[in-house]
Design a protein around this ligand. Structure first.
Ligand code: ATP
Ligand code: MG
Length: 551
């Protein structure tokens, strides 16, 4: 028998362990800290963040997911909140700040309930019910649209861009985004649409003004032709896509060739020349008059290609080669000898065009009309980078709106409608879950509250006005952050895809519930304490364990 009071050690020495409320509050604090980091960027009047990495590279952005990806988060619970932003970005393409702010607020409200001795599993169950109802409410207030509603789609794109620095040119950029998505949208047999955003290529070129940005029906390759003797323009182009060097291969091992006679040297050079000539001859014989080469092209080969009147580009990025293959219907050839007529792609026009200081190659009138490119221009590198993120948000929301065919109103209007519906529901639910549902309703209002705060408005006055308007049946009432008044968001053209809203609810709830169910954090020293492994273990522990985990 062991004497009473003997301590048994089951964990390795140096393991850090935190249990019960201590662990919960610690996790919640970390998650809230992440949400607070992005809160001030929400909405059209939110501000931007400047992020500087260890090498001194600067990113200026308003994009929630970009901020969270750039900052180095180590706390496992904080990492789970970063995942919320990533999921939101992958599933809906926008609303990453909203989802993170909501997750933080759900946890904050849960903290109050835990302090009142409401068990986390009860809160989790209440939150799940509330989320389900919230999605139902969103479905109910949503409006049906079709791919033909170009003006609604444009409003969707403009709303997504209004919070980004590109908003000064949102009209033009929204137009470009809508046209790009419409061009690549494919109809399924059941009449619904599918958008493969990989078909939209975004090319950034620093210089000029944002107003010079344009939509190009085709592919843009940021490279010039290799030789000035080549034609600058090829009509009805037959395009070879080669993933092999048009060079004489260097041997891998160091070989020494001893030449004793000058004629031998000449023969050696002649042979090299003949090999390059044969390569160009293979290209010519295939019928190609344009070559995109992923590897290098020897000077001499360039000369022969120019003599044959072939337009050639070298060292093309792999991703561009893949896009070219898809757009022109050509095949990527890895062995030059095997290049044949069947492998060639087609485009009505391949030409070189000067953009800013550089020449670029434009491939237009492709076999696949679904290939489009957006050429973005802007004063500095940081401007075009943020422009790219804005346009990516815009194309994503338009794509999602077309795929689902449903939109909701923004500006805090849908959130207020959810809060109203949930408060009604809470009253009908017996038991302690009603407190959680009530808390969820309060948490959702963080969206209008933050939009108002970031616009320098009195958030309490705004919330009161919003609640009143919704009680009276104005389900589209939201905040006009510019005038500071509560008004109809449909009339204000603040429109978002339904999926941005439903996904934000789902991912924020999932993360909050997962964090709430953790009551024991065991961090091993060897893993560096709070490494990614710790986050995973913490998460699984919370999912699997749950009820009354008393040791
Ligand atoms: N003109 C407007 N008036 C009021 N609210 C607006 C307006 N335009 C957009 N909003 C609101 O701003 C919020 C979106 O802000 P923002 O784009 O900064 O964050 P996000 O979409 O959640 O995240 P991110 O764009 O960083 O992925 C939404 O709630 C949207 O309804
Ligand atoms: Mg946004």
């Amino acid at each position: 028998m062991m004497p009473a009071g003997t301590q048994i050690l089951v964990l390795r020495e140096g393991t850090h362990r935190e249990r019960g409320k201590g662990a919960q509050f610690n996790n919640i604090a970390a998650a809230k800290a992440v949400a607070d980091a992005v809160r001030s960027t929400l909405g059209p009047r939110g501000l931007d963040k400047m992020l500087v990495d260890s090498l001194g590279d600067v990113v200026i952005t308003n994009d929630g997911v970009t901020i969270l990806k750039e900052i180095d988060v180590t706390h496992p619970a904080a990492k789970m909140i970063v995942e919320v932003a990533k999921t939101q970005d992958e599933e809906a393409g926008d609303g990453t700040t909203t989802a993170v702010v909501l997750a933080g607020e759900l946890l904050k409200k849960a903290e109050n309930l835990i302090e009142q001795d409401i068990h986390p599993t009860v809160i989790a169950a209440g939150y799940r019910q509330a989320a389900e109802k919230a999605r139902e409410i969103l479905e109910k207030v949503a409006t049906k649209i079709s791919i033909k509603d170009a003006d609604v789609l444009k409003k969707v794109a403009m709303t997504a861009m209004s919070s980004k620095s590109a908003s000064g040119h949102k009209e033009l950029l929204a137009d470009i985004s809508v046209k790009a998505v419409m061009a690549v949208a494919e109809q399924r047999a059941d009449g619904t649409y599918f958008v493969d955003e990989d078909n939209i290529q975004v090319v950034k070129k620093q210089g000029g003004s944002i107003a010079n940005s344009e939509l190009v029906e085709g592919i843009i390759v940021d490279k010039e032709r290799v030789h000035p003797g080549m034609p600058a323009e090829v009509k009805d182009a037959k395009i070879a896509l080669i993933d092999a060097a048009l060079e004489v291969k260097k041997t891998e091992i160091d070989a020494k060739i001893e030449i004793t006679d000058p004629t031998q040297l000449q023969a050696f050079l002649n042979e090299e020349e003949a090999m390059l000539k044969r390569m160009v001859e293979t290209v010519r014989k295939s019928g190609a008059d344009v070559v995109f080469c992923q590897k290098g092209i020897d000077d001499l080969a360039q000369h022969y290609l120019a003599k044959e009147g072939i337009y050639a580009v070298r060292r093309v990025k792999k991703s561009d080669m893949e896009k070219l293959a898809k757009a022109t219907g050509g095949k990527l050839v890895t062995k030059l000898d095997e290049l044949a007529k069947d492998d060639l792609g087609f485009a009505k026009l391949v030409h070189e065009k000067k953009i800013a200081e550089d020449e670029m190659t434009f491939v237009t009138g492709c076999k696949n009309p679904r290939a489009v490119s957006i050429l973005l221009r802007g004063g500095t590198e940081h401007v075009v980078d943020e422009l790219e993120r804005s346009v990516e948000d815009a194309t994503s929301v338009v794509a999602v709106a077309i795929e689902d065919g449903k939109v909701i109103t923004g500006g805090g209007s849908s959130a207020t409608e959810i809060a109203l519906g949930l408060r009604d529901m809470a009253a009908t639910v017996g038991g302690r879950e009603q407190f959680a549902i009530q808390a969820f309703a309060d948490a959702v209002e963080v969206i209008p509250r933050t939009l108002a705060e970031n616009a320098g408005l009195d958030s309490i006055d705004i919330l009161i006005a919003l609640r009143k308007a919704h009680k009276q049946g104005n389900k589209y009432a939201g905040i006009n952050v510019f005038s500071g008044k509560v008004s109809d968001m449909k009339k204000e053209n603040v429109i978002e895809p339904l999926r941005v809203g439903t996904q934000a609810i789902s991912s924020a709830t999932d993360a909050a519930v997962m964090i709430l169910r953790i009551d024991d954090v065991i961090a091993s020293k060897a893993g560096g304490g709070a490494g990614p492994g710790a986050a995973g273990k913490g998460g699984e522990g919370g999912e699997g364990g749950g009820e009354g985990e008393e040791f």
